[in-house]
Write a new protein. Structure first.
Length: 347
């Protein structure tokens, strides 16, 4: 981790975003002998994976039949250790200028400055904040009795829980906790859900079996006894009020995605995303690349594994940008002595 310095930090590449795509970009650059610094507005690596659903299972990572989001980030951090990336966390990029020599002057909210040969934007959907429950007195309980992301599934076992929301996150946690938290209640503002149909069907089966309850309602008022959250009142569409006992509220109303300063950097935008080519994933600004959910191109799919593919091709594009007259060779980690040396696995 780093602390701000007076002099700009010179680096081959600056990666903005420490989610899965940004971390894998470090790896692909490292294989080519290119060093990188990483900036992220969050206080820890992982992006949305660790901020919103660290315990959520992921099933579509090649060669890993299943892993949690936190496990995926832990594995990526382990994978990039041989390349010694420098992380600058809890800092938002606030200034961004392309110099006459083609390099970039970049500054952060805490005063860290960079002189970068190339920039990779791997900022996901941009900076984001959860949509809050909006009830009087809720602020005092946020982060503890009211959670917008699950910090520890184990800490919730056996507790009285009310979950708000109708998307995948709400349904995923409903199904994960229903067997471990007797009396769990799911509250959604309308009858239709935005989650996977299979998840909705499983939830309705649990309701039919009497193993949980589900209400079509909106949050109305918190119940507090001696400074402790004891429940929540919800209002049905007909105006009727239901009182639900609860020690924990899990609120999944989605996010406020914001590109933030990125929108002011002179990079072309298309529906709040950065258009890139599919050869090297470069934006319209030479030397600025974009990988992961922040970019767009024909056929784009917002999948983690797509971001990995994009990072691999972007690395070669970055190598060419930094050394345009240097001949590029495709080497394989299985057989290349240079790759083995960079990975620290050479005999």
């Amino acid at each position: 981790m780093s602390t701000p310095t007076d002099a700009p930090i010179a680096t081959d590449v600056l990666i903005i975003g420490a989610g899965p795509s940004g971390l894998f970009q470090v790896f692909e650059l490292g294989l080519l002998g290119i060093a990188a610094h990483v900036v992220d507005s969050l206080a820890h690596p992982g992006g949305q994976c660790t901020e919103l659903y660290p315990d959520k299972p992921i099933y579509d990572i090649p060669a890993l039949p299943v892993c949690s989001a936190q496990e995926l980030i832990d594995r990526l951090l382990q994978q990039i250790q041989p390349f010694h990336p420098q992380f600058h966390l809890g800092q938002e990029v606030t200034t961004f200028n392309r110099r006459e020599d083609g390099r970039f002057d970049v500054g952060t909210s805490v005063g860290t400055r960079f002189n970068a040969g190339a920039v990779v934007i791997a900022a996901g959907v941009g900076s984001f904040q959860p949509r809050r429950i909006g009830l009087e007195g809720a602020e005092a309980f946020e982060g503890e009795a009211i959670q917008y992301r699950v910090k520890s599934a184990a800490a919730l076992e056996g507790k009285r829980i009310v979950i708000f929301g109708g998307g995948d996150s709400a349904l995923d946690w409903t199904l994960a906790l229903a067997e471990k938290c007797p009396g769990l209640v799911l509250v959604h503002r309308r009858e239709q859900f935005r989650a996977a149909p299979a998840s909705v069907a499983r939830m309705r089966a649990l309701v039919a079996a009497g193993r949980m309850r589900q209400f079509e309602a909106q949050p109305h008022r918190l119940l507090v006894t001696e400074g402790r959250l004891t429940g929540v009142c919800v209002q049905r569409p007909d105006g009727a009020i239901e009182t639900l006992a609860a020690e924990q509220l899990l609120v999944f109303f989605g996010l406020h995605p914001k590109l933030g300063p990125i929108a002011d950097w002179g990079i072309a935008l298309e529906k709040r995303a950065l258009p890139v080519d599919t050869e090297k994933f470069e934006t319209n600004v030479p030397g600025v690349f974009a990988v992961g959910d922040i970019n767009t191109y024909p056929g784009k799919k917002k999948l983690i594994l797509s971001g990995f593919h994009e990072a691999a091709l972007a690395a070669f594009g970055i190598q060419h940008h930094l050394s345009p007259h240097k001949r590029q060779f495709l080497q394989y980690t299985t057989t290349s002595p240079i790759m083995h040396q960079r990975l620290g696995v050479a005999d």
